[in-house]
Design a protein around this ligand. Structure first.
Ligand code: ADP
Length: 506
């Protein structure tokens, strides 16, 4: 699919330069475009900032007819349309909040092929008869050139953003079987992908899966102390002065406090959160897009669709509970950026407390991707450390952990299993009567971090599976018994092979 000999290649390259101002394509963009332009259904898994929008906006421009884009948020839609209209690309959207005359005018424009792209929310597809009528008409005239499902993981109940109306989008393939579908997402495990492909009816789709490694990001973790605001100030001054950044805070009040403090230190900064007056929010958006503000302090919960598209974000600092996904917002322009995480005890303890393994490796495990830590090239705090490795056989520990998962009914989180294994007598352990299990405390000699790393390794190897759908991420046994047998055989034979990952002596 990387060929430059397709009939549309010349026009594609010209429009990429002239309309979008890009000098070249990013990884997989050309391939995805060629596959969808050839009439295939395509599923694209590309990290945030990878450039997914271009993979349908360029085809929309060089294809006859209309491209329908299903997008979950009106704020994202408005942002896309603003960008497209700046590039003189005719795009519009239909939303339930529009007055009827306005909707009719847009529908007329769509019928007369005035627009190249139409954005809608999934709810609109489910509810609007006039939209269904329009799509039927366009399709029968051969003018429905492509259907794009943005944030396609919302289709799956296993994904973290399930939307019931996304589930019904399979009706599009049923009604318009000849129109190619392009499903895009930045977050899909193998299971979510299968679910999406099935629900959308994309039986023979071509799949593009891109590594989630972000080589232009460096990862630094620091414990949250009373001095962390000073530390942020210093960090910005030394590494990213006058560059753009987001600082994620846990609460709205924190956002305001952090913003105020950094303002006092001479940074141009504003807070941005859900309970702000809409007028203030628009003002901040405008200031941000005009580079009048460098730093935004925001809550993790609040969507920032309008902000993240407009300029590069260079620092992601997380005050309080670290949310790894948020790091994806940094360095979307491909330039070197930093992700600075201030952590305190939280669900992500094993990530934060792990002061040995490559941060990239730990993050990519989360996305089900294997990663050779030597490729990190010392761009995370752990790889920057000089460590001496000691090898130990951990077969028995691994076996006991798996047994414990079975004994406890495969319905508890990995941190609970680790607590039981290390002999905790916490209220929760007692309540479940797990202090009475024969393996309770069997791992009391193990350091917490080492026990967590062995558990993590069992997950990476596919022996244990974490149910990411559940908030407390239940851990259970892989159904593949053969894999289990092979794994222990492998451990037995290569006693020391796996252990280089474990037990550091500092
Ligand atoms: P995604 O939807 O995958 O998160 P976007 O489509 O929003 O990513 O693209 C992220 C940024 O990358 C945007 O600012 C976009 O203009 C830019 N971009 C996309 N493709 C290219 C390219 N080929 N060359 C340069 N910049 C690009």
């Amino acid at each position: 699919w990387s060929s430059t000999n397709f009939p549309w290649t010349k026009e594609l390259e010209a429009k990429n330069r002239n309309k979008f101002g890009n000098r070249s394509f990013r990884p997989n963009q050309r391939e995805v475009i060629n596959a969808t332009m050839s009439g295939n259904d395509v599923f694209v898994l590309m990290p945030t900032g990878g450039g997914k929008s271009l993979t349908y906006q360029l085809p929309a421009l060089i294809s006859e007819g209309l491209t329908l884009v299903v997008c979950p948020l009106v704020s994202l839609i408005q942002d896309q349309i603003m960008h497209l209209s700046q590039a003189n690309i005719p795009a519009t959207y239909l939303s339930a909040s529009m007055e009827w005359p306005e909707q009719q005018e847009i529908l007329r424009g769509l019928m007369s092929c005035h627009y190249k792209l139409l954005y809608v929310t999934p709810e609109k597809i489910a509810k609007s008869n006039s939209l269904t009528g329009l799509l039927d008409n366009l399709y029968s005239q051969g003018h429905l050139s492509r259907i794009v499902i943005d944030e396609a993981h919302c289709v799956s109940q296993w994904g973290h953003d399930f939307r019931p109306d996304y589930k019904n989008l399979g009706v599009l393939k049923q009604n318009f079987p000849k129109t190619p579908v392009l499903a895009l997402t930045a977050t899909a495990t193998a299971r979510v992908k299968e679910d999406v492909v099935q629900a959308l009816g994309l039986a023979n789709c071509i799949v593009f899966r891109q590594s989630f490694n972000r080589p232009n990001l460096r990862y630094l973790l620091r414990p949250k102390t009373k001095k962390c605001l000073e530390d942020i100030d210093n960090f910005i001054r030394t590494n990213h002065f006058k560059e753009c950044g987001i600082i994620y805070c846990l609460s709205r009040m924190d956002c305001e406090k952090v913003a105020e403090k950094l303002r006092e230190c001479g940074h141009s900064v504003s807070h941005y959160h859900g309970s702000m007056d809409p007028v203030d929010r628009t003002r901040v958006q405008k200031q941000w897009s005009k580079d009048k503000i460098n730093i935004i302090c925001a809550t993790v919960a609040f969507g920032m669709g309008n902000l993240i598209f407009q300029t590069s974000v260079c620092i992601t600092s997380i005050v309080g509970c670290p949310m790894l996904m948020e790091c994806g917002r940094a360095g979307r322009d491909g330039l070197p950026s930093s992700c600075l995480l201030y952590y305190q005890y939280s669900d992500y303890v094993s990530y934060c407390e792990n002061d040995v393994d490559c941060r990239r490796l730990l993050q990519l495990i989360h996305f089900g991707e294997m990663f050779d830590p030597s490729r990190c090239a010392k761009t995370c705090d752990n790889c920057l450390k000089e460590l001496t490795w000691v090898e130990k056989d951990v077969t028995n520990i691994a076996r006991q952990m798996v047994e414990l998962v079975t004994m406890t009914g495969q319905s508890h989180s990995s941190s609970h299993i680790l607590e039981v294994y290390r002999g905790s007598v916490s209220q929760n352990v007692k309540k479940q009567r797990h202090d009475a299990l024969p393996l309770h405390g069997a791992g009391k000699h193990l350091a917490k971090g080492d026990a967590a790393r062995i558990m993590r390794h069992l997950v990476t190897e596919g022996i244990l599976i974490e149910d990411v759908k559940k908030i407390d991420r239940h851990i259970f046994l892989s159904e593949n018994d053969l894999l289990l047998v092979l794994f222990f055989l492998y451990l037995g034979i290569h006693l020391f092979l796996i252990c280089y990952l474990l037990f550091n002596e500092k």
